[in-house]
Structures are given as structure tokens and as C-alpha cells.
Write a protein of this length. Structure first.
Length: 205
């Protein structure tokens, strides 16, 4: 079972460029700050071997989205210099083409799969919640197969399958300890969904 994140498992074609304007990441970055405060995104020496965890993204255009950079979990407040732009992703070839001041999150392929699957999805958030993850069956959260590791084409296929089978907007990553993915038409919808389910999980624990 996969426990750490931060290792990019796809082929990355990356071009270093200047950061995007702050206005383009303001909404999703605001939600990212709330998730850090809730300890759903961050970095803790006592969790996941000290690796940073969690990432957020927002669609910019058809096939193009902005996502937090790899291993930025330990930075409390991000700026535009901490976001990368995914300009193309090919799950079958396991290739991600990105640009920006920092390399993209290792979960970029999963985000890309959701954006490609449904043009109404405007934001994707990947967090780590022991409460939601361990109670996923009791809460009724759909979950990927436990043998499928994060950041792989197989995970993208699993997430796509669940997105087609359910309208919940939230998925537990069965093979990625504490991993939860939420998506919605906007950062506000995806973030509010996470907050709702996290509150339910805390109340049930």
C-alpha cells in the first residue's frame, strides 16, 4: 500500500517560466490555506515519513489547469511562484507537459483525468484525512481499489471509473493512505464538499 507522495511517477516534460498572475490562483489558493488550517494539506514529521501531502488545482481553460507544485505542502501560505500550469496530459502514454516556476504535483495525472472526463469540473482537491479515509465504508464514500498506487495511470483509470459511477464528487484513494479527492465546478464547491464530509467524519469518530 502506498503511503508517501512527492515522487513523480509520470514522464514530465517541464519548461521553466515566470509565475502566473496572482489573480488566477487567488480562489483556489484561498481554499488551500483553509485546508492547511484543517491539517488536510501540509507537512508533518510524524506523518507519511515527513513528506508534504495534499494538492489543489483549478481549471484555466480547456485542457489547461493550474496546480500546486510538488512538495509545497510544508509551506503554510503559497504564492503564484508555487503553482505550475499543466498544458497537456496523456494518461495512456503517462506523460504530463507542464510549465511554470515549479514542477507540478505528483498527483497531476489524476487531476488531469477528472478535468478531461467532465468539462464542468473546475477544481480538484486532494487531501489527507485519516478520519474520512478510515471511515470511508461507514460514510459511504466510493473508493479506488486498494492495490492501485497514487500518481499512476491505473489510479487515473480508477478515479475515472468512480467518477462515472457516482455523483458524490468525493472519492477515497483505497491504496493511498488517508488520501481523499474532491471535485466540483469551482474551488468553493470542491472545498465546501471536503469540509462537509470532514465534519461528518469527525462527528462519527
Amino acid at each position: 500500500m502506498e503511503q508517501n507522495e512527492g515522487v513523480i511517477k509520470f514522464q514530465l516534460r517541464f519548461a521553466r517560466k515566470v509565475p502566473l498572475p496572482e489573480c488566477l490562483i487567488r480562489e483556489v489558493n484561498g481554499w488551500r490555506a483553509r485546508l492547511v488550517a484543517a491539517k488536510l494539506v501540509g507537512q508533518d514529521p510524524d506523518r507519511y515519513d515527513g513528506y508534504g501531502f495534499g494538492n489543489v488545482s483549478q481549471r484555466l481553460d480547456a485542457g489547461v489547469f493550474v496546480i500546486t507544485g510538488t512538495q509545497t505542502g510544508g509551506i503554510p501560505v503559497l504564492g503564484a511562484q508555487h503553482y505550475a500550469t499543466i498544458v497537456r496530459a496523456d494518461p495512456e502514454a503517462n506523460v504530463v507537459v507542464a510549465e511554470g516556476p515549479v514542477q507540478p504535483s505528483s498527483e497531476s495525472m489524476t487531476h488531469a483525468t477528472l478535468y478531461a472526463l467532465n468539462t464542468r469540473i473546475g477544481s480538484v482537491m486532494h487531501v489527507h484525512s485519516p478520519e474520512m479515509w478510515h471511515q470511508r465504508d461507514m460514510l459511504g464514500l466510493p473508493a479506488t481499489h486498494p492495490d492501485v498506487p497514487y500518481g499512476t495511470p491505473a489510479m487515473s483509470e480508477e478515479v475515472e471509473r468512480l467518477c462515472r459511477e457516482t455523483t458524490s464528487g468525493i472519492v477515497a484513494m483505497g491504496g493511498h493512505v488517508d488520501g481523499i479527492i474532491a471535485y466540483g465546478v469551482s474551488p468553493d464547491e470542491a472545498g465546501s464538499l471536503l469540509r462537509l464530509w470532514h465534519t461528518r467524519a469527525l462527528a462519527a469518530s
